[in-house]
Ligand binder design. Sequence first.
Ligand code: PMP
Ligand code: GLN
Length: 386
Amino acid sequence: MIQVFSKQPQIGTTIFTIMSKLATDVGALNLAQGFPSFDCSPQLIDLVNFHLKKGHNQYAPMAGVPALKEAIAEKTSSLYKVSYNPENEVTVVSGATEALYAAITAVVCPQDEVILFEPAYDSYAPSVELNGGIPIYITLEPPNYQINWDLVKQKISAKTKLIILNTPHNPTGKILTINDLNQLAAIVKDTNIFIISDEVYEHITFDGRQHLSLMQHPSLQERTFICGSFGKTFHITGWKIGYCLAPKELSVEFRKAHQWITFATSTPLQYALADFLKEPSYYLALPEFYQKKRDKFLVCLQNSGFSYLPAEGSFFQTVSYSDISDENDYELAVRLTTEIGVAAIPVSVFYHQKNDYKILRFCFAKDDEILEKAGERLSRLFSKSF
Ligand code: PMP
Ligand code: GLN
């Protein structure tokens, strides 16, 4: 019988898969995995149909359909005043997960060190390790999850190849400030350290805050792979389509990895998005749309006993129950799903040592009725059990 030696012995199934399955099995409201409960624009569906019927059904060019690369470059330049050449600095990929993996694969060699901030999106560390890299963790703590840049400086070594950042941040909803970017720029100046900036929630920011892209800082732009996703922006997480923006020399290496991972991304979807991107009002409406959702959810949480700082961005709200209960966050998330009927993500899963700060993450990209129902159920949680 063949013996299998796991390349990832510590890795199980992702928390999103586990919690979504549990939610489905017990019929709970799924506020765990990050996806909207509502559909995308009907115009977008019409555009896909149009391009399917037009015969856009064979392989797209490896780096993306020119019309979509151009539309992404135009949107980027109009929003952030930074120009990327669609020809050789914009690459369309099959979701931000691929963008992250391809960028990591493009630069990380065995024994290279990669600085990660925890809580970290679950794909970062395994993608580094599959490339032989060594994650160097910097722990951010609730409630502010502030980055201590002096600590970052101390963790930099001759082996540091890459720093991975995420703003707006999943799961904390925090947004990096100009002060963060300046401190980062001072640290990487005169080094050969690359940066990946995961900006999939770029359009979801609240209370008048602006998303600050790393591309807007010239000394960071030259070394940064910006990873984006249409999944969050157009309510199409199931389409798995995203992109990477990076200076030419970086994009050359990025594309070398991309061509062996997926080679190209779905052709009709690319054409449809190229057309749809011409109308900025869809994505420009997102801050207001999601702020209403966040505020609605916060009102729904009023009787829950949870404490929280309102999310600054993303479609996630973290809540603390440390004042009320000692229960382990993973166990509480499971119990919440099975007994109360609301699924959440325990934030300890985003720390490599499973730090349990008694924090849960809820996704509020849901119809108002679902948020209201979740609020009613959550108000019973602590009165029932503690
Ligand atoms: N980065 C972050 C921070 C995410 O939350 C997600 C998933 N929502 C991704 C990357 C992956 O995006 P995609 O679904 O486009 O692969
Ligand atoms: N990004 C989504 C989340 O954080 C889930 C993506 C996935 O299931 N891999 O919930």
